[in-house]
Ligand binder design. Structure first.
Ligand SMILES: Cc1cc2nc3c(=O)[nH]c(=O)nc-3n(C[C@H](O)[C@H](O)[C@H](O)COP(=O)(O)OP(=O)(O)OC[C@H]3O[C@@H](n4cnc5c(N)ncnc54)[C@H](O)[C@@H]3O)c2cc1C
Ligand code: FES
Ligand code: FES
Length: 1286
């Protein structure tokens, strides 16, 4: 069959408009096409690998078999445009717009405060919108499922879910909420707290204001497409790109002919396997075969003995089909289907399940595949087809290992998968353990199946398959063989462990490491399977008493809870804050939960971020070339090959910098040597993004490795490699105090680093102007002044020629403080050299590789205390890993030392800290600035003391907390009154004492599952110990038409600063206009402004806030560095599975002293968002490096920030009422950073549960504390016979 040389026309619809592409390039994704070609920039790029959901759009496709339109969400970054022929795409712009009509989904997410920086919002809107198109009144489970693939780094998800819940059919919203009472109020609350209820509010939005959802208002499927699809063309469509040809055959016959002609060409379906491989692993396929129109691949047939599912069916369709089958067939027939369904619920996010095909999944044979282990043990068969005819092969270990004799031939394709029904004496189970509960690839998964001789417990067949433990799914045939004929009892079990561990050997180089953890999971899963089957056998004996002649071992109830998987429920909670005074005029917005000023624009995609700025004339794309060595001399940089590529304009090196190349020890572009993998060596500029990326690959740098190479804190200490001198604070006489105490404990604490993972990666657009070397710099930064200054010194031109524009930032968290200046300066050098605008947008991989994050910390402590739990002396020495340059490391060291005492008054203290110089990218500012790491050491001392005293940690905390007006370690006086109030309120709000008893009761009854509860106080000092930081200015103009312009020095990062500024600005202006308003109370705003102008009342004002005079004398160890403290207390309860290390967050209560909140919705949003980010730091976010110092975790697949299913099932926030601080604007407090540390309450709840498990198993209770408490850490800390076996 000849392959036409001319491309066909690609026809699809976007937001109701027809798109015709005459030269569609198969390598162009829908995301690029929307953003670059159609200028629809509402759809965002954040990872490019399907893992974050920022690029979610809805695709509507006509299903010829059901004759229905199927709407499904997809991640546009993985959708090649060529796959869209005949479909309709809806983007956030097509859902609604401020200019025309906003959609209820958009309205509700904005008004429920579900947006902060707004970068994830369009994706969230699209996931929710697609759900509502399919289910106008969804269930809560469907809502959770729909949003499981969307990440948000700001909000902590609670308000997003609150907006979604307003559409759900059986909303669990408490009816009493809003009346100051709620069913979640616990009986334990004392009368003082109830008395105050009348002045407390619990509504952050008014539900009654929302427009109803009207499904008839939605965009219809384009009739033109419908007509086209009703009479489908059977001919082959071909699209030729620059390098790749896309062929979409119309019939099976043609497809099979093409497969003969192009045996190496892969079939492309969901592109969720091929796409990431082509992007990140350099795989390249010149021909792609797209079989979407081959109806044979979508056939589902149900026979009396099993199900045959077409290979083209998406995993979402497979899930629906299995759910339907499970509900319609007798239970005994559906065991394999249930196991598959269980895995499908947590496989990827909804978008991935919508795109990925069953065939693609099976044939990809990923080692982490969740379905292949079950299909393998369930004797599934693959139905293959080629021009030669049809044949079947078993989906067995040989196929999974890729043995040529058991594989598809190059000209064959997979037509369908046959999965037989199970039968009465057959049992199939699925297990999986991943870094978080959903949307994470499994560390280990398993499909386990046993068949018994009828009516007995004698094993007649056994199949065991594991994923994640080798290069492919692995089975254990020898173990299975040897256990045949054995009874299902303890003897068999012990033998099975031994055989399994012998047979499945995991070398140290196993994918992802974690060898011992994985080996323990292999046996733990088998143990769970054993118990599960035993229970089911007992049930069978009950139902068929005659058929049973054997005795099943009894299993005590306390061992059985391990069989229940943690359920996923829609989180709920109450947010309580002090209502505004009843005398406050309704027009005065201060203290009210006003929506984020850009909320609606975020939700409609109309909010413009840096890279949404349209392409400017003659614009070039820039990409960075980074070091692949950790410490090396640069011998040469050869750009010749890159410069020869089409479109490449120039390569920028240090030699091109006209001014200063950064600092001596922190160069913008490397000169002579590199200090870490990821250091920027040079930059390439080319006409297009694609060309520049190809050119980067061709730059050849030769290195000569240098010694030493230091990565860890331990190595840095050994080599005396430090960035700055030690910082120290001391009070009392520590040595003397150690001599007088009852007990002394020494220990170590390790706190891992953290990636900012702002959803918007670093990006900058530099536009040179024609006059006077002026430059416009559009940049995503928290510190435009720093960018401006750095560009100026790099180019050697005055600051006043450089204008920095920052409309908004898609999340920063400290990561966009220093680094954007580097990117801005390099882009500016490129712009100056070429005389053309330069756009630099970092890939997620590059962003994570190049920029550092939170400093990892290693702390050693020695604590002396009385048997009563009173701590008399505490000595902490800690080291942070600063990376290869100073950056903010000295300041971070200072801050962690200053703040380390947290809420405790300990008379004899010594805190020492040092920043280590290592060959890793430089670590930098991150929300909390050292406090979340340092204070974890202090709190770990508390738990160690508690263990030694045999007292619960909360008693030790209470005993040692500041109680009266006192001085801190740096001798600053303060009153802890509100700290104590927060503590007491949190004890009440969380019903702590009764729940502590319930936890203990639960733990007595359950051996393998343990609950833990922890309440943690916080004293967080706000501000910097430099007076110049404590100032702010604003300029307000009212124009004669009544519109107002507010200019101020703050940056909008999602924290709602503009919203709060407007609330303030209004207050100032109202005062000035008061006489006019009084005179004409019926007048409009415009009338008053006109009158004010007539009366020559100034309609402009400046505001200047000269803040605190802060200082710190490190020589003397005393100062007045902070204007005020934020006090807070969090109580969290968790449940852990000791066999897998998984945990579930049951409940969190936070009480925070926000003083007089300017905007409770924004402040509660900051607290919740920071808490969830802190939870990520302490539980799931783990940076992984190769032995050569290359960061492995460079995207959402490998680096797990919390997802929607990770937040506490009950999540309450309570702002302490009647609190004031004289030093701040309207007595408000800055709440952006402090909540981060409160996430440690989850960590300490996990520690509490682990300690209980260890106590029960008679193992030492004082163990080395390691954050994050990943499933691996929890599993190995709950040591038992399984961990001993490995
Ligand atoms: C963000 C993300 C999260 C994920 N999470 C999980 C997870 O939690 N668990 C898990 O198990 N998997 C997960 N996956 C992997 C996913 O399940 C697979 O990528 C997917 O099933 C592959 O299907 P596809 O249709 O996209 O394949 P494609 O990428 O289109 O194709 C993959 C391969 O299959 C071949 N192929 C496809 N169909 C046929 C056929 N009919 N006959 C012959 N060959 C065929 C192609 O030639 C190609 O080589 C995830 C993937 C992503 C991107
Ligand atoms: S999923 Fe597409 S950008 Fe992240
Ligand atoms: S609002 Fe979700 S990432 Fe910022």
């Amino acid at each position: 069959m000849p392959c036409p040389t001319r491309s066909d026309e690609l026809v699809f619809f976007v937001n109701g408009r027809k798109v015709i592409e005459r030269d569609a390039d198969p390598e162009v994704t829908l995301l690029t096409f929307l953003r670059k070609n159609l200028r629809l920039t509402g759809t965002k790029y954040a990872c490019g690998r399907g893992g974050c959901g920022a690029c979610t759009v809805m695709v509507s496709r006509h299903d010829p078999s059901s004759k229905k339109i199927r709407h499904f969400s997809v991640t546009a970054c993985l959708v090649p445009i060529c796959s869209l022929h005949g479909t309709a795409v809806t983007t956030v712009e097509g859902v609604g717009s401020i200019k025309t009509r906003i959609h209820p989904v958009q309205e509700r997410i904005a008004k429920s405060h579900g947006t902060q920086c707004g970068f994830c919002t369009p994706g969230m809107v699209m996931s929710m919108y697609t759900l509502l198109r399919n289910h106008p009144e969804p269930s809560e489970e469907q809502l959770m499922e729909a949003l499981g693939g969307n990440l948000c780094r700001c909000t902590g998800y609670r308000p997003i879910l609150a907006s979604g819940r307003t559409f759900c059919m059986a909303s669990n919203d408490c009816q009493e909420k809003g009346k100051g009472k709620c069913c979640l109020d616990q009986e334990e609350k004392d009368s003082s707290s109830l008395d105050r209820k009348s002045e407390m509010c619990t509504e952050l939005f008014v539900r009654e204001e929302f427009q109803p959802l009207d499904p008839t208002q939605e965009l219809i499927f384009p009739p033109e497409l419908l007509r086209m699809l009703e009479n489908p063309e059977k001919r082959t469509f071909t699209f030729h790109g620059e390098r790749v040809t896309w062929i979409s055959p119309g019939t099976l016959k043609e497809l099979l002919e093409l497969k003969v002609k192009h045996p190496e060409a892969p079939l492309i379906l969901g592109n969720t396997s091929l796409g990431p491989a082509m992007k990140s692993q350099g795989c390249f396929h010149p021909i792609l075969l797209y079989p979407v129109r081959i109806s044979e691949l979508y056939v589902v047939s149900k026979a009396s003995d099993g199900l045959t599912i077409g290979a083209g069916c998406s995993l979402a369709q497979v899930k629906d089909l299995l759910a339907e089958t499970v509900s319609s067939l007798p239970e005994e027939k559906t065991k394999a289907y249930r196991a598959l369904l269980k895995q499908l619920k947590s496989l990827g996010g909804q978008q991935i399940r919508n795109m990925a095909s069953l065939g693609g999944h099976v044939v990809s044979r990923h080692c982490y595949s969740d379905l292949n282990p079950i299909l393998a043990v369930s004797s599934a068969t693959l139905n293959l087809i080629s021009e030669e005819g049809k044949r079947q092969i078993p989906l067995n270990e040989h196929f999974l290992a890729g043995l040529a004799s058991a594989d598809l031939k190059p000209e064959e394709i997979l037509e369908s998968v046959y999965i037989p029904h199970s039968h009465k004496w057959e049992f199939v189970s699925a297990f999986r353990q991943a870094e978080c509960r959903q949307n994470a690839l499994a560390d280990v998964n398993a499909g386990l199946r046993v068949v018994f001789e009828e009516g007995t417990d004698t094993i007649a067949g056994l199949s065991l398959a594991y994923g994640g433990v080798g290069a492919a799914t692995i089975s254990a045939p020898q173990t299975c063989q040897q256990l045949l004929g054995r009874h299902w009892n303890q003897l068999m079990l012990d033998e099975a462990y031994r055989l399994l561990l012998e047979e499945i050997s995991l070398p140290g180089s196993a994918p992802g490491g974690k060898v011992e953890f994985k080996r323990s999971l292999i046996v733990s899963f088998f143990f769970k399977f054993y118990l599960q089957v035993l229970q089911e056998l007992k049930e069978l004996r009950r139902l068929f008493p005659k058929s049973d002649s054997c005795h099943y071992p009894e299993v005590a109830d306390r061992f059985l809870s391990v069989l229940e998987d943690f359920s996923i429920n829609l989180p709920q909670g109450v947010q309580t804050y002090q209502c505004v005074d009843s005398h406050q005029p309704p027009l005065d917005p201060v203290g009210r939960p006003i929506m984020h000023l850009s909320g609606l624009k975020h939700a409609t995609g109309e909010a413009i971020f840096c890279d949404d700025i349209p392409v400017v004339d003659k614009e070039l794309a820039m990409a960075l070339v980074t070091s692949t060595r950790a410490h090396a001399k640069i011998i040469s940089i050869d750009s010749s090959e890159a410069l020869e590529l089409p479109g490449v304009v120039d390569v920028i090196t240090a030699e091109d910098i006209p001014g200063t190349n950064g600092a001596e020890d922190d160069k913008l572009l490397a000169v002579d040597k590199v200090l870490c993998v990821g250091q920027i060596v040079c930059a390439v500029v080319a006409e297009t993004e694609v060309q520049v990326k190809r050119a980067v690959e061709k730059i050849k740098i030769t290195y000569k490795d240098l010694e030493p190479v230091i990565f860890s804190i331990e190595d840095a200490v050994k080599h005396n490699s430090f960035l700055c001198p030690e910082k120290k604070l001391e009070q009392g006489n520590i040595e003397e105090a150690f001599g007088k105490v009852d007990q002394i404990v020494e220990g170590e604490v390790h706190v891992g680093g953290q990636e900012h993972f702002y959803m918007e990666t670093q990006r900058v657009l530099v536009i040179p102007k024609t006059e006077d070397k002026e430059l416009d710099v559009y940049v995503s930064t928290q510190d435009p002044a720093h960018v401006q200054k750095t560009v100026s010194s790099t180019l050697s031109i005055p600051i006043n020629r450089i204008t920095c524009h920052v409309k908004r930032v898609g999340g920063g968290f400290g990561g966009k403080t220093g680094r954007p200046a580097v990117f801005g300066a390099i882009a500016a050098v490129g712009a100056m050299k070429t005389g053309r605008p330069i756009r630099l947008v970092l890939d997620r991989e590059d962003d994570m590789l190049i920029t550092g994050g939170r400093h990892p910390l290693f702390g050693k402590y020695k604590v002396g205390f009385m048997n009563s739990g009173r701590i008399k002396a505490l000595d902490i020495e800690c080291y942070i890993n600063g990376g290869c340059t100073l950056d903010d490391s000295e300041m971070v060291t200072e801050y962690l030392i200053l703040k380390m005492e947290n809420a405790y008054k300990i008379r004899n203290l010594r805190f020492r800290g040092r920043a280590c110089l290592t060959n890793l990218p430089s670590n930098t500012a991150f929300r909390g600035f050292g406090f979340p790491q340092g204070t974890l050491v202090t709190e770990s001392c508390i738990t160690a003391v508690a263990a030694k005293c045999g007292l619960p940690p909360e008693k030790i905390r209470e005993k040692n907390m500041y109680k009266t007006v006192d001085k801190t370690i740096y001798k600053q006086a303060f009153s802890p009154e509100n700290l104590i109030r927060c503590w007491n309120e949190c004890l009440v709000q969380s019903s702590f004492h009764s729940r502590r008893l319930q936890v203990e009761e639960f733990n007595k009854k359950n051996y393998w599952k343990k609950k833990g509860i922890a309440i943690v106080p916080m004293k967080f000092s706000v501000g910097f110990a430099a007076t110049s930081y404590h100032q702010a200015a604003a300029l307000v103009h009212i124009y004669t038409d009544g519109s107002v312009l507010v200019t101020h020095g703050g940056n909008e990062l999602g924290q709602g600063i503009h919203t709060k500024m407007l609330q303030n600005a209004c207050q100032v202006l109202l005062k000035r206009l008061e006489p006019i308003m009084k005179k004409n109370p019926e007048g409009t705003w415009e009338d008053w402004i006109e009158a004010a102008f007539e009366q020559r009342i100034s309609l402009s004002a400046t505001g200047y806030f000269r803040g605190y005079k802060a200082f710190m004398d490190w020589e003397k160890g005393e100062g007045d560095p902070f204007p005020y403290y934020v006090y807070g207390v969090a109580c969290s309860e968790v449940e852990i599975d000791c066999l897998t290390g998984a945990h579930k967050k049951i409940r969190t209560d936070i009480v925070m002293d926000a003083c007089c909140s300017l905007n409770p919705a924004i402040d509660i949003g900051q607290i919740e968002g920071a808490f969830v980010q802190g939870m990520g730091l302490y539980t799931t976010e783990e940076l992984k490096y190769s032995p050569e110092g290359v960061l492995y975790s460079r995207g959402p697949d490998e680096y797990k920030i919390p997802t929607i299913t990770d937040i506490p099932e009950e999540f309450n926030v309570y702002l302490l009422p009647s609190s004031h601080t004289p030093l701040t604007i309207y007595s408000s407090k800055g709440l952006g950073e402090s909540g981060m540390f409160l996430g440690s309450s989850v960590f300490f709840a996990i520690i509490d549960a682990v300690t209980t498990a260890r106590r029960e198993r008679d193992i030492a209770e004082d163990f080395t504390v390691r954050s994050p408490a990943t499933p691996e850490w929890v599993r190995m800390a709950c040591a038992d016979r399984f961990t001993e076996m490995v």
